[in-house]
Design a binder for this molecule. Structure first.
Ligand SMILES: [Zn+2]
Length: 81
């Protein structure tokens, strides 16, 4: 016998793989958060920040903003990752 135990082990492995995949997908989704920049300032903002409401802010991805050296705005505190 022992086949029941083998099946339980396989189900647990499968569950672990699915959970790992789900976690990875969620982490990968975060860099695509959209933030707003307004030149010549080197900060990125949330859409509703007072600093970008006037004028024409540019929407870029969070990953892109960080890559270009933009810092999170201290006023609206946009996501950092
Ligand atoms: Zn801001």
């Amino acid at each position: 016998m022992g086949s029941f135990r083998t099946r339980v082990v396989w189900i647990m492995i499968l569950a672990a793989v699915i959970l790992a995949f789900a976690a990875e997908t969620r982490i990968d989704a975060f860099p695509f958060t959209t933030v707003f920049i307004k030149k010549p300032r080197r900060f990125y903002h949330r859409m509703n920040c007072v600093a970008v409401k006037s004028g024409r802010p540019t929407a870029i991805s969070l990953a892109n903003a960080k890559e270009q050296g933009y810092r999170p705005c201290p006023k609206c505190q946009p996501p950092t990752w």
